[in-house]
Ligand binder design. Structure first.
Ligand code: NAD
Length: 431
C-alpha cells in the first residue's frame, strides 16, 4: 500500500457494523474505489453473535459461512464481493492514531488512510479483562470477542471434554458459553456475584426457569455474593482452578480451563478528541454524527438519542443496533435524508434448548405468564403502560405483536395481563 491513500468514505473497524455499512454504501450508489474498511482483525466482517453459539459446538460453523450480511438477510460478503464492488478491505491493519479534522488514520505500519468526505468509527467493544486479579494472566484463562478467540475456545472445549471448566460471569457470554461447554461434555461451574443469571434483564421468576436449563445440563452455579478472587497456578503457568469468596468464606474450585465474560467496554481509546458521554461512549446526534463534522460513530461505541424514549441517551451493545446504526449513518452521508435514527431496543439469546427475545424497556413492574411448555412470556408495565415484552421461542405473529407493544406502549394493568391466563390470551389483548 502507498504511504497515504485517500478514499471518499472510510470505516474504522472491520466488524459487524462495517459489513452493514459496506452493504449500504453499495445500495446508495458508492462507486469502485470510494469506500475502504480498515480494521485490525484478520477477517472480513462477520456476524459476531455466531461465535458464542453454534460456533463452539459445531466445527462446520466457520468462516466464510457467516460473513455479513447473512444474518440480516443479505448476501454473504466474501472477498470476491468486496472486490466486485471496488471496496478496499484493509484487514489486519491496526490504527494507532486518528486526526479527526483531517479525517486521517495513522496505521501501525506507518501508512495513512484519509477520508475525503466521511469517516465512520465502528470499533465495537473490548472484553473487560481480569488481568490484574492474582493469576489473571495464567494460560487457559480465555475471553471471547473475535473469530481468533472463538477458534481457540472451540478447540480448548473439545480438549476439556469430561474435565472441569469454570465460566466467570452470568450474562450473555456466561450463559451462552456455559451452555455450549456443557453441551460438548465439559463439567461446568459458573461463578457470578448476583442473585441470578442475566441480572441486567431477567427478573428472579424468569431467571428461575432458565437456571433450570443449566442445572439439567449438569452446570453448578456459584452465585449470590460469591466472587472469584484468584486464579490458581498449576505450577507451569496454566490455570488449575480458582479461589471463590463470599464474605469471610473461601472455597477452591478446580478448573483446567476458565472462560471470562464479565462485560465489555466501548473501544474508544483513540477517540478522546471527540465529545464523550463520560462513560466511554462517543456522543452522536440522531444521524450518528459525532461532535466533528464528517465523523460518525456507530454500533457499540455510539451514545445516541433513543427517539422512542424522548431522546434519552443510550449506548447499546447489540448486533441489531450495529447493523441499523451503520446503515443509518451511511444513508445520511450519501444524502438520503433518512430522518432521525429511530431504534427499537431488542435483545435475544440462544443456548441449549433456549431461544428468547426481548423488545423495549425493562422498567417498572413485571408480570410473568406461563412456562416453557407451552409458552413463557413476560411484560414490563411502567406508569400504567406496557413498555417491554419478553418471550421464549416467539412465533412470527408473537414477534409482530411484541414489536407493536414495545413501539406503541399501550395502557394496561399487570392484573389484566395476569388474568389473561395464557401467553396467547395475553398477546391477544394487544393485537
Ligand atoms: P454482560 O454484561 O452480559 O454480563 C457480565 C456478567 O458478569 C454479569 O453477570 C456481571 O454481574 C458479571 N460479573 C461482572 N464482574 C464479575 C466478576 N468479577 N466476577 C464474576 N462475574 C462478574 O457481559 P458479557 O456476557 O461479558 O458480554 C459482553 C458483550 O458481548 C456484551 O456487549 C454483550 O452484549 C455481547 N454479547 C451479546 C450476546 C447476545 O446478544 N446474545 C451474546 C454474547 C455476547
Amino acid at each position: 500500500m502507498a504511504d497515504s491513500q485517500t478514499y471518499r468514505y472510510v470505516v474504522l473497524g472491520c466488524g459487524n457494523a462495517a459489513g452493514y455499512a459496506a452493504r449500504e454504501f453499495v445500495a446508495c450508489g458508492a462507486g469502485p474505489g470510494e469506500v475502504a474498511l480498515v480494521g485490525d482483525e484478520a477477517t472480513l466482517p462477520y456476524e459476531r453473535p455466531a461465535l458464542s453459539k453454534a460456533f463452539l459446538t459445531n466445527p462446520s460453523v466457520r468462516l466464510p459461512g457467516f460473513h455479513t450480511c447473512v444474518g440480516g438477510g443479505g448476501e454473504r460478503q466474501n472477498q470476491d464481493w468486496y472486490d466486485e464492488k471496488g471496496i478496499a478491505t484493509l484487514t489486519g491493519s491496526r490504527v494507532v492514531g486518528v486526526d479527526f479534522l483531517a479525517k486521517e488514520l495513522a496505521l501501525e505500519s506507518g501508512a495513512k488512510v484519509v477520508a475525503s468526505d466521511a469517516l465512520i468509527l465502528a470499533t465495537g467493544a473490548d472484553p473487560i479483562r481480569l488481568d490484574k486479579m492474582p493469576g489473571g494472566t495464567l494460560s487457559n484463562v480465555l475471553y471471547l470477542r473475535n473469530n481468533a478467540d472463538g477458534l481457540v475456545m472451540a478447540e480448548k472445549l473439545q480438549s476439556s471434554i469430561g474435565k472441569d471448566v469454570l465460566v466467570v460471569g452470568g450474562g450473555y457470554i456466561g450463559m451462552e458459553v456455559a451452555a455450549a461447554a456443557a453441551t460438548v461434555g465439559c463439567k461446568v461451574t459458573m461463578v457470578f456475584p448476583e442473585e441470578h443469571i442475566m441480572p441486567r434483564l431477567f427478573t428472579p421468576a424468569i431467571a428461575e426457569r432458565y437456571e433450570k436449563i443449566f442445572t439439567d445440563l449438569g452446570v453448578t452455579m456459584l452465585n449470590k455474593g460469591r466472587v472469584c478472587k484468584e486464579f490458581l497456578d498449576d505450577g507451569s503457568g496454566a490455570v488449575r482452578g480458582a479461589r471463590i469468596c463470599k464474605d469471610s468464606q473461601e472455597e477452591e474450585v478446580v478448573a483446567s480451563l476458565v472462560i471470562v465474560g464479565v462485560g465489555a467496554r466501548a473501544a474508544t481509546g483513540l477517540f478522546s478528541a471527540l465529545e464523550g458521554d463520560g462513560k466511554g461512549g462517543i456522543v452522536v446526534d440522531a444521524s450518528m454524527k459525532t461532535s466533528v463534522d464528517g465523523v460518525y460513530a456507530v454500533g457499540d461505541i455510539a451514545t445516541f438519542p433513543l427517539k422512542m424514549y424522548g431522546g434519552r441517551p443510550a449506548r447499546v451493545e447489540h448486533v441489531g443496533h450495529a447493523r441499523s446504526s451503520a446503515a443509518h449513518a451511511v444513508r445520511t452521508i450519501c444524502g438520503e435524508e433518512p430522518g432521525e435514527y429511530d431504534y427499537l431496543p431488542f435483545f435475544y439469546s440462544r443456548f441449549a434448548s433456549a431461544s428468547w427475545k426481548f423488545y423495549g424497556d425493562n422498567a417498572g413492574e413485571t408480570v410473568v405468564i406461563g412456562d416453557f411448555a407451552p409458552k413463557l412470556a413476560a411484560f414490563w408495565v411502567d406508569a400504567g403502560k406496557v413498555v417491554g415484552v419478553f418471550c421464549e421461542k416467539p412465533e412470527d405473529d408473537d414477534d409482530a405483536v411484541m414489536k407493536k407493544i414495545a413501539i406503541e406502549k399501550p395502557s394496561m394493568t399487570t392484573e389484566k395481563i395476569s388474568a389473561a391466563g395464557s401467553v396467547d390470551a395475553a398477546f391477544a389483548l394487544f393485537r
